[in-house]
Design a protein around this ligand. Structure first.
Ligand code: MG
Length: 381
């Protein structure tokens, strides 16, 4: 029996991953979570894991007395401990949000645990190092992001040499038809109202700014080891096609399904088999009246363009992009800045660097990440 570990178990992806484990009667041996201790207590009662890590330090003693047989860790260090358990015999589902996902991924790989990756920031900021480390340790990294799961599914049975390009679809988010001036006044509530997907708040804002699509380009570049000129994006407002692969004979393969992350999670867990899973919402094609496509304009969607730029520059530029985005999204969610300030803050921060005088390592990525976040929080709050 496979030992499953979930990092970020009470979040949106974590909860859906638990649904898949429950449906398959799979074994959850450990999980970490942030502050939703009530939900964590339910998970412990149901799945009976042996290890748990929490950020909710105020309730840690309560947890320990409720579950004396469960080892309880805390904080970032706890995430790292959880990722290192059952060396070589566990599958780690990384559903953490932001740069906090990087270190636990590194630790899981070094301990030869397979990684199912929903935390795209891991690859955005540390893709080169992480993919090399996975190769060295002979560890698989399977995508949970819906677009990357689609491409991963479409490539089964094909050789790399057959690929002409991959096409990542973008819904365009809730503000697709808004003019630049109108974006000045959109509220947090408007931005959290995604037309097709129900997700956590950080990724929903990233989808509204299209930063998420930029991140997904970087993620695909590392995950599939493809040059940027083989990675395209396209607006597809219905979110029925989750992404496409064009082969050298111009045949285009598309993966379709309802906007339900259970599909990508189930495939990551049970693939490369398309196994039965009744909790996935089926797609009724007769209710899909039409599929639309339009070019994603990189002069309008500057954050997608910036994502391509920072990958070309390499080293710590993606770290700057990600750290400034994390803080800008947090400031917007806390109503400290306008929606349009997100793009401004990120663009300014990225262009303020001309070189980095340090070795490109995970520890230095995380140090720079922390410094940028502290600096920006001080300036804007
Ligand atoms: Mg996605």
């Amino acid at each position: 029996m496979v030992n499953y570990i979930i990092l970020g178990a009470t979040g949106s992806i974590g909860t859906q991953a638990l649904n898949i484990l429950r449906f398959n009667n799979y074994n959850l041996v450990a999980f970490s979570y942030g502050n939703n201790t009530d939900k964590a207590i339910d998970i412990i009662k149901e799945f009976k894991p042996k290890y748990v890590s929490t950020n909710d330090t105020l309730r840690i003693e309560e947890l320990r007395s409720l579950f004396p047989d469960v080892v309880i860790y805390e904080g970032n260090d706890g995430n790292n401990k959880i990722a290192s358990l059952y060396k070589g015999e566990a599958v780690v589902i990384n559903a953490l949000v932001g740069s906090a996902g990087l270190k636990p991924t590194e630790i899981a790989i070094k301990n030869k645990n397979k990684v199912l990756l929903a935390n795209k920031e891991t690859l955005v900021i540390g893709g080169e190092i992480i993919m090399n480390l996975a190769k060295e340790n002979n560890v698989e990294i399977i995508p949970i992001d819906s677009e990357h799961s689609a491409i991963y599914q479409l490539l089964v049975g094909h050789k790399r040499e057959e690929i002409k390009r991959i096409i990542i679809t973008a819904s365009g988010g809730p503000f697709k038809n808004k003019k630049k001036e109108e974006l000045e006044s959109v509220s947090v509530e408007d931005a959290l109202n995604h037309p097709n997907w129900k997700m956590g708040s950080k990724i929903t804002i990233d989808s509204a700014t299209l930063m998420n699509k930029g991140f997904e380009v970087i993620e695909a570049h590392h995950l599939f080891n493809l040059p940027l000129d083989m990675i395209d994006t396209i607006i597809h407002p219905e979110s029925i096609i989750h992404s496409m692969v064009e082969f050298k004979d111009y045949s285009i393969f598309a993966q379709m399904g309802s906007s339900d992350m259970h599909l990508a999670i189930n495939y990551a867990i049970n693939g490369p088999t398309h196994s039965k899973c009744d909790i996935i919402k089926p797609l009724d094609l007769t209710k899909v009246s039409a599929l639309h496509f339009e070019a994603l304009d990189l002069t309008k969607h500057k954050l997608v363009n910036l994502a391509y730029e920072v990958v070309k520059k390499g080293s710590f530029y993606p770290t700057v992009l990600n750290a400034s985005n994390e803080v800008a999204v947090e400031l917007f969610l806390n109503k400290k800045i306008k929606f349009t300030d997100i793009e401004k803050i990120i663009t300014e921060e990225v262009s303020s660097y001309s070189k980095f005088d340090m070795e490109f390592t995970i520890d230095n990525i995380l140090k720079l990440d922390k410094d940028i976040k502290e600096k920006l929080r001080k300036i804007y709050s």
